[in-house]
Write a protein that binds this ligand. Sequence first.
Ligand code: AHR
Length: 342
Amino acid sequence: MKTRSVLFNIVLALVLIATVVGCAPAPTQAPAAPTAVPPTEAPAKKVWTYPDMTVGFLQTGSEGGWRAANTASYKETAQQLGINLKFYDPQNDLAKQVAGFQQFIQDPEVDVIILSPLEVTGWEQVLKDAKAAGKPVVIQDRRIDGLEDYYVTFIGADFVEEGRKAGSEMCKLLEGSEKKNVWELVGNVGSAPAIDRGTGFRETAEKCGINVVNSQTANWSISEGKQVTEAWLKESKDVQGIFGQNDEMAFGAIEALKEAGLVPAKDVKLVSVDATSGAFQAMLDGTLNVTVECNPLLAPQVYEAALAALNGESLPKWIPSQESVFYADDPTLKEIAAGRKY
Ligand code: AHR
């Protein structure tokens, strides 16, 4: 009996084993490699908007009406667009402006730098530092020499063309004059407008026989414009025209002419640049003949370029501003003056 039960158990076990093994699924393929993990999505590229932007703006100073309008353009437009504006006024001191530039490079809040360069040179190190720090630079108002690879774009006037226009207008004013002695009041030495307006003026003025007898800096100011003209008048009154490279210096010359007994815009013709409200008033008063416009309301274009730069867009290296010429003998002058912003 015992033998039978042992045999039975052996057979039962064998049957059980066969059953289990037979149901076991055939050995499967090696487990498939885990499905590849989808690549992690590259982080979406940030798209900048104006309220994201903190701008470091390096102004030149506050030397006159044009500069006041330029500064107002930046502060008002920043408010309208929700831009965080950090504004620095180096009071027309180049060393301070360069130091302010370095500050903005170090400032972690500043995303983009806007520069209104006091002079055409002195920018190589700071522009290279800004590039190394990944901070785009937009130049406004005045150009610099070279270094195009280190700034996004320059938005500002063609100062040579402004000078040409002034020279052509002086030629018209002195047409038929027996003598064509002209004095030139120059902006701050080394600045693009001072260099380029002088170049352009001579290109056209000398074609009609104008002789630039005196040329000296009066640093864009009324007081220096008056002082320089007074000194020249002490030496000679044989002058037929005065070219003020900006309105303020021409206003100083007007004061000096009056005090010397000469009638401005009649005895001595006057041409200036900027077309500020003061120039329109002088033309309406009959003491200034012509003013060539230099547009200070650049902020909207410059902020647009700064935003484009942050969003990786490429821009032309120079975006010239559009400008006109205004005349004392324009019968619509009063209406034009009433409609201007500066
Ligand atoms: O760069 C523009 C010049 O700077 C303006 O003609 C002058 O008024 C200002 O100082």
